[in-house]
Design a protein around this ligand. Sequence first.
Ligand SMILES: [Zn+2]
Length: 177
Amino acid sequence: MSKLKCSIVEDLMPLYIEDLLNEETKKDIELHLDECEDCKEVYDELKKGVNLEYEKNMDLKEDEYEELKTDTLNSIKNYLNKIKYILIIFSIAVSVGISILGHGFLSTIPWIIIIPFVLGLLYKENMLIIATALIFNILFNIILQKPDYIIFTSIYILLCTGAGLFLADSIKNLKTN
Ligand SMILES: [Zn+2]
């Protein structure tokens, strides 16, 4: 029979499970557990509890990790969305600017078709693209002090932007069909 009493073994059990005892005490407890059914039962129960607690902690950590992952993905998405709007507004401003300020009818037409076309392929923001084009058209005409041209250039820009977006939509539909 081992030299330890059951009550002492039970007192030491938590330390034994956490592996905080010195080698000699550990061996004594192991010896006792081999021989004593009661203490072995207590040990099994405690050990199960500790493992459950551990698993619960791991689950919690996984939840936190998932949460962190979703948060990160969301902030990346938000960032890309912001870039999207900046990109749309900037490139439409440039293409409207080139179309209105540029010299030579033929050399300027492609910009206000091609840029909406590319933006239309990249994003589903047709209304925003058209609205931005019209707003910049009005702005540029006001800056250039050519208010008489606003209606004419609005129609022209609407047709060109629409043509570019229509082309982009046609290609997108071809891909999905
Ligand atoms: Zn015992």
